[in-house]
Write a protein that binds this ligand. Structure first.
Ligand SMILES: [Zn+2]
Length: 444
């Protein structure tokens, strides 16, 4: 009986249900999303751009598409290759205390014997100006900027993240301008079990490059308490990261050609690379699994949309965006009718952000009612919908970003706790169903 029901689902849309509805139902019943994610995380592991894991991920995902009978190609992308080294720190005054930190991606190394310097706390770039070179020269500048938990709890974690992360991106160069020797930021995260949070920085070419690290919330609070009590805080830190020559890598591109308008493309994308501290289950193994499973499912159901659905697994979202830029360079002139990116974790879906507005959005909402089955028929207007598709968005391609429930995303994001166990198989299947349903509707 169970088998019969499965066969019926496979063959034709259930009477009275739209094809999108059938796709969603089938994904919820037979999802292999978690199996795909398990391989990417547990079997392949961390996938920092330029690493062996990233190369393996390109090979394995390409082979999978091929095995499923889906045409696939690799698009060459030259990528940066940064490698984390040792990272150690301790307070030497007022007491000897171990400090848990991690280098911010792209950071230069400290001298081989490390840096020992006074720690000066700031919580804004204006503070730097106020203190000036007289107070900051030769110090370790400590940016103490927690995420706004009020925003996080009201489901606006990404907003809170964008505010706090400014210091990770620009903090080193801004402090270098005043003669600082190094910086430490408070890890950008919404929870911590002394888990430091990495991510990329951008050096301003006009300033000297100084080492940059993120210390855990617990360590940041310790340093803050000591300074608040008027103690003289000195820290020793040693970082030995290296920037190696650039490496040949690739975006993975797979397609189900449209039956009527194959030249019109609906893109679904996620990024293959991850940070190196963990296996990138929520960032962005989940997204990769959703995109791959969408293609596998459509192929297995023998469904061919009117327009082409193109899956793109981008390389190097985390520390360079080279994959997204390369894709835009190679394919920017093709007709993209829509682009969907999934890079916000694997918790239960709540809807999509979109750059569509007014009548166009109303018209789409009329057609996306089947998405209500996975609580995803809710669109929030945004300026951008994902970093990898941003070059397309800028060109005016209607863009969409999946919004899984964000409440706990930044508890694990970019830390050594971003592992498979943080993803629930049922929720991941719901996400895939939302992506597959929306891609199908847009492609029809
Ligand atoms: Zn990501």
């Amino acid at each position: 009986m169970k088998m019969l029901a499965g066969l019926l689902l496979l063959a034709v849309p259930v009477f009275g249900q739209s094809t999108a509805g059938t796709i969603i139902a089938r994904e919820l019943q037979t999802s292999r999303s978690y199996e795909i994610l398990s391989h990417i995380t547990d079997d392949i592991g961390a996938r920092l751009t330029g690493s062996k894991g990233a190369a393996l991920a390109v090979r394995w995902t390409t082979r999978q598409f091929r095995e499923w009978g889906i045409p696939v190609s690799n698009e060459a992308v030259k990528v940066p290759h940064w490698v984390r080294g040792r990272e150690e720190a301790r307070l030497v005054s007022p007491a000897n205390q171990n400090i848990v930190l991690t280098a911010i991606g792209g950071s230069v190394a400290t001298p081989p014997s490390g840096i020992t310097a006074d720690v000066i706390e700031v919580d804004s770039f204006d503070d730097l100006k106020t203190l000036g070179t007289a107070k900051l020269r030769g110090t370790i500048v400590f940016y103490n900027n927690p995420m706004d938990m009020e925003l996080v709890r009201s489901h606006r974690a990404f907003e809170a993240y964008r505010i706090a992360v400014a210091f990770r991106g620009a903090g080193a160069s801004r402090a270098a301008e005043y003669g600082a020797k190094a910086i430490v930021i408070r890890s950008v995260g919404s929870a911590s079990l002394r888990t430091p949070h990495t991510g990329a920085l951008r050096y301003d070419p006009k300033q000297p490059k100084i080492p940059a690290a993120a210390m855990t919330a617990e360590d940041a609070m310790l340093v803050h308490r000591l300074l608040a009590r008027g103690k003289h805080v000195r820290m020793h830190m040693l970082l030995t990261p290296k920037t190696l020559p650039e490496v040949d890598s690739a975006n993975v591109i797979a397609e189900i050609r449209g039956s009527e308008k194959p030249e019109e493309i609906v893109l679904i994308g996620a990024h293959l690379d991850s940070w190196d501290l963990a296996t990138g289950a929520i960032d962005d193994g989940s997204g990769v699994a959703m995109v791959m499973e969408t293609m596998r499912l459509l192929k297995e159901m023998n469904l061919r949309p009117r327009r082409t659905i193109r899956a793109v697994l981008f390389m190097n979202e985390e520390n360079g965006l080279r994959g997204g830029l390369q894709y835009a360079k190679e394919h920017g002139n093709e007709t993209h009718v829509a682009a969907i990116e999934t890079d916000a974790g694997g918790a239960a879906p709540t809807g999509f952000t979109t750059t569509l507005k007014a009548d166009a959005l109303t018209a789409l909402e009329e057609r996306t009612k089947p998405l209500a089955a996975v609580s995803s028929n809710r669109f929030e207007i945004a300026e951008e919908a994902g970093a990898d598709i941003d070059p397309l968005t800028t060109k005016g391609v209607p863009s969409f970003g999946l919004v899984p429930e964000p409440l706990h995303y930044f508890d694990y994001h970019h830390t050594n706790a971003d592992t498979l166990d943080k993803v629930d198989p049922k929720e991941l299947a719901q996400d895939t169903a939302a992506i597959a349903g929306l891609a199908w509707i847009l492609a029809e």
